[in-house]
Write a protein that binds this ligand. Structure first.
Ligand SMILES: Nc1ncnc2c1ncn2[C@@H]1O[C@H](COP(=O)(O)OP(=O)(O)OP(=O)(O)O)[C@@H](O)[C@H]1O
Ligand SMILES: [Mg+2]
Length: 386
């Protein structure tokens, strides 16, 4: 097979085909067309690691740019800080081609490019602070029948001090003055309860919410199968089914499984992907999931969070709150608090009333191996102490 591997087993890279997410993309598009009073004009999207938040933000940003909007994209993890980065992006903006009339106070002759391409900057107040800069941008966009989209990825990585000024600006410019400055932010599930519940964060707290939830099996079938179909590579039905089952709706897993399967059939396009190829690809993807997703999450857990996860594993991977309380000897309140924390950390998902299961088998395997390790250490200690 000479064609290069279309799958994208890296964070933040646009997949060969985007599965699902039509609902949130539709909501954002409606909001863009409706204006600042639309509830989804200010939106916070939460989702577990590797579920496609960055990719979603990029899709939204691209569709805004296609509508002729001004787009500012920053991330909470970027340094030096959020406000400085938004300001920097504002200064890098180029006048959209669709802006026929030169913006107010702007002389096209002075800075227009010789080849007539619309790569002239959008004029900004000379010594403006962030609020006056964003206000000027929104006004110019509005005069041209569009708006400004600000996206902030990785909200959880931003310090509260850095987010507060942005909250206050958005509250004034978008909410009170109803200027077309749209906001879409993304973060891990617990931002809503931690960072955004801070008293200075009322703006974010009141934003509409969406989730990059687990993809359905049909969506996974499309994301995993379509790139092979498009390349004319057959995938055995049972192999595709096995891949779908192993992905458990995780975009990150889909890309890793697809990538590894594609690598295996390299040069054997005529025979396509067999069940054995897929099984081997799933092993490779499982390892990536453990190393890149499970271990980083596990490292961030407290001792009690780990104890909780191990208890779910020892109960077979699916557990009732009641059973967990008995197993751990904790009160129902404590179990419920840790249930919430496990869900927010992306380890577990609710499985019906009062039930909980691992979000992916890689978490369960990891919890089991940690448990075995703890037992081993315990045995070793008691033997050496004897
Ligand atoms: N809708 C989708 N369909 C298919 N693949 C997707 C989709 N969304 C994301 N992916 C793929 O999943 C992987 C993870 O996506 P992304 O980096 O956007 O996740 P994330 O939620 O931002 O993760 P993190 O929280 O770690 O930043 C990437 O390989 C990406 O190509
Ligand atoms: Mg991301």
């Amino acid at each position: 097979m000479s064609q290069s591997n279309p799958f994208t087993p890296t964070f933040g890279t646009a997949p060969p085909v985007l599965a699902g997410r039509a609902d949130v993309i539709g909501r954002v598009s409606m909001a863009m067309d409706s204006g600042p009073r639309h509830p989804d004009y200010t939106l916070v999207v939460t989702g577990r690691r590797g579920t496609g938040k960055t990719v979603l933000l990029d899709v939204i940003a691209r569709s805004a740019a296609e509508k002729g909007w001004l787009v500012l994209q920053v991330a909470g993890s970027d340094r030096p800080d959020l406000a400085a980065n938004v300001m920097q992006r504002a200064h890098e903006l180029v006048r959209p081609a669709s802006w026929a009339a030169p913006a107010l106070g702007f002389s096209p002759e002075a800075t227009g490019s010789p080849d007539g391409l619309p790569d002239r900057p959008v004029p900004l107040p000379e010594r403006g602070d962030l609020r006056s800069t964003l206000t000027a941008l929104a006004d110019q966009a509005s005069a041209n029948g569009v708006g400004v989209l600000l996206t902030v990825d990785e909200l959880q990585a931003s310090a509260a001090n850095a987010l507060r000024p942005l909250a206050s600006i958005l509250q004034h410019v978008t909410r009170r003055e109803e200027r077309p400055l749209m906001f879409v932010g993304c973060g891990l599930p617990d931002v809503a309860r931690t960072l955004l519940s801070d008293p200075g964060m009322t703006f974010f707290h009141r934003c509409a919410r969406a989730e990059t939830s687990r993809l359905t099996d049909d969506e996974v079938r499309f994301a995993l199968g379509e790139p092979f179909t498009a390349a004319g590579v057959p995938v055995v039905g049972a192999a595709l089914d096995a891949g779908i089952a192993a992905a458990v709706g995780y975009p990150f897993m889909i890309q890793h499984i697809g990538y590894a399967a594609w690598e295996r059939v390299d040069g054997l396009a005529s025979t396509g992907v067999s069940a054995a190829d897929m099984a081997a690809a799933i092993d490779v993807a499982d390892l990536a999931m453990t190393q890149q997703l499970v271990e980083p999450v596990w490292v961030g857990l407290s001792a009690k969070d780990r104890e909780f996860a191990i208890a779910i594993a020892t109960l077979g991977g699916v557990a009732e709150v009641r059973e967990l309380a008995v197993r751990l000897g904790w009160s129902a309140n404590t179990v419920n608090a840790y249930r919430r924390r496990a869900i927010d950390a992306g380890i577990a998902v609710a499985a019906g009333r009062g039930r909980l299961r691992f979000a992916h088998q890689a978490f369960e395997r990891h919890a089991r191996s940690e448990h075995a390790l703890a037992d081993h250490d315990h045995d070793a200690t008691s033997q050496s102490g004897a």
